[in-house]
Design a protein. Structure first.
Length: 311
């Protein structure tokens, strides 16, 4: 029906116009995500076939750009602060996910994808372990749809809860990094809360993402797959390089503000793209038991990490 209302060219013009608008300060992270979703529902996504590859690339470039807004001592402090909480939360979620999968009788690969996505870094973790456990295309799509849906909710809910509980910038940044699945939504929610929260959330989340490597190795052992390859998130190395350049080369001070502003705009655009990949048809494919499993995992890690951070 929507294809008869607007022709392809008009839809592309509207899409590009909204995308450009998301690069301006007029559009916040939650609004960018909501705009993408609204566009997908009411008009359709004219670039649906090509958008996924640009989402990951744009997210990685934006994350590296945020590194120019950090100094090494800030990054080390944030990483040290979140280390123990990261380890405990990953182990807890993976074990709980295993038992919930048994209770709800989910397919083993789907249960594992949901657990890894919740425990580490959402879609990136799902993409990393998928070649190892070899799930079906439907299972991957389902896991991604659930994770992206919960991410979208978190982008609105977390800042509201943080303000209600009067969390400090450091507390909120750490909570975002642990409780929200995907890096894009972590940065979006933290950026809305404040610059200090953004710095802490970005550093802790990327340190958390490095756990893809040991978890992938353990996954190879669990699923007994000798020919599987581990997908290493190399862009984190460039993020660290950006921090080092910003710390030890004073000349970067005159560029760092501009680079981080551009990076934040890039993250807004990423969230718009993610929203545009969601649709009512995608949401309808989500079954009750997989969704309940993911929600229970998410609620556990959200409440558990919040109580730890507060007390």
């Amino acid at each position: 029906m929507k294809d008869f209302i607007l022709n392809e060219t008009t839809r592309k013009v509207i899409f590009i116009g909204l995308a450009v608008l998301c690069l301006t300060p007029l559009i916040s992270s939650p609004i960018a995500l909501a705009s993408g979703f609204a566009l997908a529902v009411f008009m359709g996504n004219p670039f649906e076939k090509h958008l996924h590859q640009y989402i990951h690339l744009l997210l990685q470039i934006s994350i590296v750009g945020l590194g120019f807004g950090l100094k090494l001592d800030e990054a080390l402090h944030a990483g040290k602060t979140g280390l123990m909480l990261t380890i405990v939360s990953i182990i807890t979620v993976m074990i709980l996910g295993y038992f919930l999968g048994k209770i709800f009788k989910l397919e083993r690969p789907l249960s594992y994808l949901l657990s890894a996505g919740t425990a580490i870094c959402g879609g990136s973790a799902i993409a990393a372990v998928s070649p190892i456990i070899k799930p079906s295309t439907k299972q991957i799509s389902l896991a991604l749809a659930i994770v992206f849906t919960l991410n979208s909710i978190a982008l609105f809910v977390y800042p509201a809860i943080g303000q209600f509980l009067n969390l400090s910038q450091e507390q909120f940044g750490l909570w975002c990094a642990v409780g929200i699945h995907d890096t894009s939504s972590v940065v979006g929610a933290a950026g809305k809360y404040g610059n200090e929260a953004l710095k802490i959330a970005t550093t802790v989340k990327l340190a958390r993402a490095l756990w893809i490597i040991p978890v992938s190795l353990i996954t190879m052992f669990i699923f007994k797959s000798k020919d599987s390859k581990i997908k290493i998130p190399w862009f984190i190395g460039y993020f660290i390089l950006a921090i080092l350049l910003n710390t030890y080369f004073p000349v970067m001070d005159q560029f760092s503000t501009g680079i981080t502003t551009f990076a934040k705009s890039g993250l807004n655009l990423t969230l718009f793209f993610i929203g545009a990949t969601l649709s009512l048809q995608t949401l309808k494919t989500i079954g009750f038991k997989p969704l309940l499993t993911a929600v229970l995992l998410w609620v556990t890690i959200s409440i558990g990490s919040l109580l730890y951070i507060i007390h």
